[in-house]
Structure formats: C-alpha cells, structure tokens
Design a protein around this ligand. Structure first.
Ligand code: ATP
Ligand code: MG
Length: 267
C-alpha cells in the first residue's frame, strides 16, 4: 500500500549502454524486491537483455529468482570488496536474457568495510561500468536503508527527494527519477485510492501509469524461486509487472527519440 520509489540514472552516452534503475525506498517491506525481480524478468522476456543486481544482504532477490542459499557462491561482495571479475560472479537465470549478480550476508559487512574505502560511493558505479554494453537494463534491488550500499546503488543510479537532490549536487549529476510506482495497491481501500490521488497530484507524470495490485500470487512466487510470469502468467500481478516493463521501455524510447539522453557523468 506504500509507494515504492524507483530512481534511475541515465548512463547513456552510446547506443547500447544500459539504463540503470535502482528500486529504492528506505522503508522496509514495500515491494522493492518483488518489483526488481519481476520488472527484470518482464524486461528480459520483452527481449531486452537485463542484469538484476541484488544489493541487499538479505539476498531476497537472489532467492526469488531461483538460487537457494549456497555459501560458496560468489556475490556482489566479491565484486565490490574483493575486486573479483564479473565472469565468475554473474549467473544465468531461468529467464532467457536475464542474468543476476547474487547477494549474500557478507554484504552486510560490505557497508562497514566500504566506510574506510577510497571513493567508496563510486565502487558500484565503477564496477558496473564494465557491464554497460552487455545489457539494455541493469536493475538494482536496494536494501531498506540509506546505508552506504544503497548510496552506492543510488550513485550508480537515488532515497527520497532531498537525498536525490543532494546526490545529484555532489555525487551523480545525471541521477533522475525513472518513476514512482504504486505497489500492493488495493482499489477497494480508501487509503490506497487516497495515496494514489495524492501521489499523482503531487508528482504528476512521474508516477507510473502502471499500478501493481496486491496479489497473493506475487507473494507466493518467491518461495518457488520463480518470477510471477513463470509462476502465474494469468495473475493480476503478472499483468501489472508486464505493463510496467512496457512503460519503462516506452519511456526509454521516448527519451532516446527526444534526444534527452544525457552523457554519463563519469564516462
Ligand atoms: P525489504 O525492505 O525487506 O527489502 P521489500 O521492499 O523488498 O522489503 P518485498 O520483499 O518485495 O518488499 O515485499 C514484502 C512482502 O510483501 C513479501 O512477502 C512479498 O512477497 C509481498 N508482496 C510484495 N508485493 C506484493 C503485492 N503486490 N501483493 C501481495 N504481496 C506482495
Ligand atoms: Mg527487499
């Protein structure tokens, strides 16, 4: 029932450079992981090569896309802290065209280890740069906090609006809001309708037209390690995320068409 705020960076200075979208909200349990996993799966299914990056030490996105816990698996931790090469870390998933950089609990320590690291806010951006040309979309699932890892994700791509402004001023001038997504929407409740009306009157077209309904199939799918489109393609949740993916693709095409692409700040 709470809005989930997505932020994006336009790291587009060339034809095939990925759009990086961080799914972020410092509030917990609002549907970030559900959105990251299902948006990524729907984009890939729409023939957009996509990388899902699990930036959360809870590793929920890793599990939801089908990877059971495995202590020997290499993760974002190995890339960010140990500088291990991506070819050992990136895994194919059950969805054609979708690959993943998994997370593990070590990432909780990464935020602490990064505190004393040089250019700590830019680690992820630097690491992802090597992958820009391989994917159309890179989707980051952020933890429910504005810690250094989220800051990393938001630098590579944003927290709420004043943070967005602050990061834009200091760390990443090309950070923009991709869109604000209503998740767990229940049209029968006055609260949902009120939140939707308020968001749209305040943020206007920055609110995605697509709305993700509260749908039990979406809540069930992660325990089967499947994105919603593989778990129940006929569900309302699958419709919602399919529409969202189409909207994201259409927005990208619109921006490309109007020449609104901006060069990568650090490229
Ligand atoms: P955290 O802040 O802990 O990372 P989150 O914002 O990533 O949480 P999710 O894990 O995606 O949130 O969702 C929280 C719970 O709500 C999960 O059990 C998920 O399956 C369920 N859920 C998410 N979206 C929906 C939806 N549209 N309808 C029904 N249940 C949902
Ligand atoms: Mg999550």
């Amino acid at each position: 029932m709470h809005p989930c705020v997505d932020f994006a960076e336009f790291s587009l200075s060339g034809e095939y450079l990925a759009r990086i979208i961080a799914v972020a909200n410092q509030k917990g349990g609002v549907g970030k992981t559900t959105t990251a996993v299902n948006l990524a799966a729907c984009l890939a299914t729409a023939e957009q090569p996509t990388l899902l990056v699990d930036c959360d030490s809870q590793a929920n996105a890793t599990a939801a896309i089908g990877f059971a816990k495995d202590p020997s698996r290499r993760t974002l931790y190995h890339a960010l802290i140990l500088n291990e090469p991506f070819d050992k870390i990136i895994q194919k998933t059950q969805v054609d065209g979708l690959e993943v950089i998994p997370a593990d609990k070590n990432l909780a320590g990464a935020a602490v280890e990064l505190v004393s690291a040089e250019s700590r806010e830019y680690r992820l951006q630097g690491a992802l740069k090597a992958l820009h040309e391989k994917y159309r979309y890179i989707i980051l699932d952020c933890p429910p906090a504005l810690d250094l890892l989220t800051l990393n994700a938001l630098v590579g791509v944003s927290e709420l609006l004043d943070t967005l402004m602050r990061i834009r001023r200091t760390l990443n001038p090309s950070l923009e809001i991709e869109g604000i997504l209503l998740t767990m929407y229940d049209e029968r409740t006055t609260l949902s309708r009120q939140v939707a009306t308020d968001l749209r009157s305040f943020f206007g077209t920055q609110v995605f037209q697509s709305v993700i309904p509260r749908n039990v199939r979406l809540a069930e799918a992660p325990s089967f390690g499947k994105p919603i489109i593989f778990y129940d393609i006929h569900s309302k949740g699958a419709d919602g995320y399919t529409q969202l993916a189409q909207e994201v693709i259409a927005n990208a095409e619109k921006r490309a068409g109007t020449g609104a692409r901006s060069a990568h700040s650090g490229a």
